[in-house]
Design a protein around this ligand. Structure first.
Ligand code: DC
Length: 212
């Protein structure tokens, strides 16, 4: 990889704050940003639209291999159902292989990028110059996600919590590229932090790695 390219990996579970942190870190360091969860969400949304079963590896793989930039602009990517099904399609190794290329191609374009997801520091960008694993207690993450989702749909907190717990278990338990903290990633626990404080802390941890 070109050493002038600066890559930063930010991983963590759903609603940990990693997406907001990744966007802010990208702006701060003048880098591009890719929310890699959107790729899996787009595969899931196209599966649902085609009435294909997201658990069927062949259908999901065919969609992942033909994913287009326009698929990332769909309006249904942020729904709870799409998030749940994204975690299902993400367990198929050929789906991950197709999306791996997309993610690395994005990361190596100048001046570099911040990628957030589940396996960025471990699999997608193992040589990233800085790595962060953002986490928070499940009930706090569920409350954050519920506040977002309840503005658009009538959804119960307990359903959001169950969803988050099931998704954590599936994402961390899959055989291929499970959600896992890279050995050399700094940990940021946002349970008791405002988003502004979490962003400041993230920038401090990343700065420390870049200047080490
Ligand atoms: O970050 P998110 O909630 O938008 O991600 C949706 C799902 O996509 C998540 O439950 C697991 C999957 N995912 C993944 O397996 N690997 C990534 N790098 C990003 C997301």
């Amino acid at each position: 990889m070109n050493t002038d390219i600066l890559t930063i990996a930010i991983d963590g579970p759903a609603a940990s704050g990693k997406g907001t942190i990744a966007r802010a870190v990208a702006a701060k360091f003048g880098l591009r940003h890719l929310d890699t969860g959107l790729l899996y969400r787009a595969v899931a949304a196209r599966c649902l639209q085609a009435q294909a079963d997201p658990a069927d590896p062949d259908a999901a793989t065919q969609i992942a291999q033909t994913l287009k930039p326009a698929d990332l602009a769909r309006s249904d990517l942020r729904s709870a159902e799409t998030g749940r099904m994204a975690s299902v399609v993400a367990a198929h190794p050929p789906v991950r292989a197709a999306l791996l290329r997309w993610q690395r191609d994005f990361a190596v374009e100048a001046p570099g990028a911040v990628l957030d997801g589940r396996d960025i520091g471990t699999v997608v960008l193992p040589d990233a110059r800085a790595k962060l694993f953002v986490t928070a207690e499940a009930d706090v993450r569920a409350a954050r996600r519920w506040r977002e989702l309840s503005q658009k749909s009538d959804i119960a907190y307990r359903d959001v919590l169950r969803d988050i717990e099931e998704r954590d278990a599936r994402d961390a338990g899959r055989a291929n590229a499970p959600m896992r903290q890279a050995d050399n990633a700094a940990t940021l626990n946002t349970t008791e932090m405002s988003i502004d404080r979490a962003v400041d802390e993230a920038v401090r941890l990343i700065d420390a790695q870049l200047t080490a």
